[in-house]
Design a protein around this ligand. Sequence first.
Ligand SMILES: O=C1CCCN[C@@H]1CCCn1cnc2cc(F)c(F)cc2c1=O
Ligand SMILES: [Mg+2]
Length: 539
Amino acid sequence: GLGLTNKKDENFGEWYSEVVVNGEMIEYYDISGCYILRPWTTSIWETLHEFFDAEIKKMKVKNCYFPLFVSSTVLEKEKDHIEGFAPEVAWVTRSGKSELEVPIAIRPTSETVMYPYYSKWIRGHRDLPLKLNQWCNVVRWEFSNPTPFIRSREFLWQEGHTAFATKEEADEELALSPLHNSSSLSSHYQSSSSAFLDDHFLYVLMALNHRFHVFQFQYSAVLQILELYRRIYEEFLAIPVIKGKKSEAEKFAGGLYTTSVEAFIPNTGRGVQGATSHCLGQNFAKMFEINFENEKGEKAMVWQNSWAYSTRTIGVMVMVHGDDKGLVLPPKVASLQVIVVPVPYKDADTQGIFDACTATVDALNEAGIRADTDFRDNYSPGWKYSHWEMKGVPLRIEIGPKDLANNQVRAVRRDNSAKIDIPRESLVEQVKELLGNIHQNLFDLAKQKRDACVEIVKTWDEFEAALDKKKLILAPWCDEEEVEKDVKTRTKERLVPGGGGGAAKTLCSPFDQPELPEGAREIGQEKNGYSVLCFGKAS
Ligand SMILES: O=C1CCCN[C@@H]1CCCn1cnc2cc(F)c(F)cc2c1=O
Ligand SMILES: [Mg+2]
């Protein structure tokens, strides 16, 4: 029948695969890790593209397009940049029957494609800042379990690559300002790190406590982009995310520091990286000799940032909002926000009902609401209800003889199944309000679920105890690589009844810092103007 055979809370992986197929977002492809993106998906990608593209253009970023292919000489020129990634690189080795002289890689990311030309184009300070972005696909031949949208061998993304004359422009000095606890997590913080537990990894959100100040990053180019990623998740996909800084071990190795927005999947207790914005410092300028003559006539190296979000955003949306009836689309990204279904009755005025449906759709479309009728005569109203619920359309409107007689429509919300009778004369504004309420409700529910998974710990024992409960753990953190590795090994060996075990991996250090927990051990020297707390220091 129409319904799902898998339940979200029973077998999440199978539920997810079934929902993206039955919702007509994805079609599986005969090459593992590759998926067909159907219109129900591409319309979401287009909405996010429209928002983000307009915003980066306000920042004077220009779009471009570099080739898909990278010669091996160029790709391997930067050994350290791609070391560790080599197994993921896909290669073209022949055309037709003849082997290629030099194997050609398919871009897994475009630093090695673009930066030799940055070096060529950037000569003097007047050539800066250079701000380019490209919307493209990338290929990473991953072997761990492929998952539509979340981990696929080819995916769509945007990659922004900016170059500046000075550090300040790239990274802007931290502007000191009093902490304002606007954070969605602040109400839960006592301590300062958190971990996501899942089958393989715990994700530790650590926080670097700045004893003297909590830095409020302002105007930094890196964080302007990160804010756009937050907006994509919270304002369009109704998903709460945590903004933070990656640990030394988890950051983009080629960069100076990495910031990210982190989402959370309650069903797996797993954190998922939503998007990243890096400050690269001058590392790539050194690697690719991207120099320029500065205003004083001296030779200087540029400062760079790079940033990306991908179709992974759509997978997170499915995982967070979907339910056992199928997809649940946040209204802002729903290509169809309202489906109008006629409910004719044997001797009732069928034509009148159909006309009322058409008039309803026209009125909604007139007001900029994406609405359509389902007049198919080969399906029953009941079948149509299930079908459009599976596809996650936020609002259904039914018009039957009674509605016609009362000059009203019956609206049914997809998020909470509430039924609302709306008089025709207030149709548009009530539907607009309903769509806004649906977005807010989806966000609030997701935030409640995430916050309910937050556990605060101050000692190693509490940390381990919380691990077993698939929690998101907040604990003080020292951000020392060897400690991070040690936490990973110490937690990897743990075997927990019920399979809750798993190694701990850090996720990010949230910018929204809590107060220092009293009594938390403060180990670690002054670093970059703030002291850090050590968590679970390997004794
Ligand atoms: O995350 C971004 C923003 C957009 C531009 N790229 C950076 C870092 C990408 C990190 N990364 C991520 N994955 C990779 C996979 C590879 F096969 C490979 F050769 C290189 C990489 C790799 O550099
Ligand atoms: Mg990867």
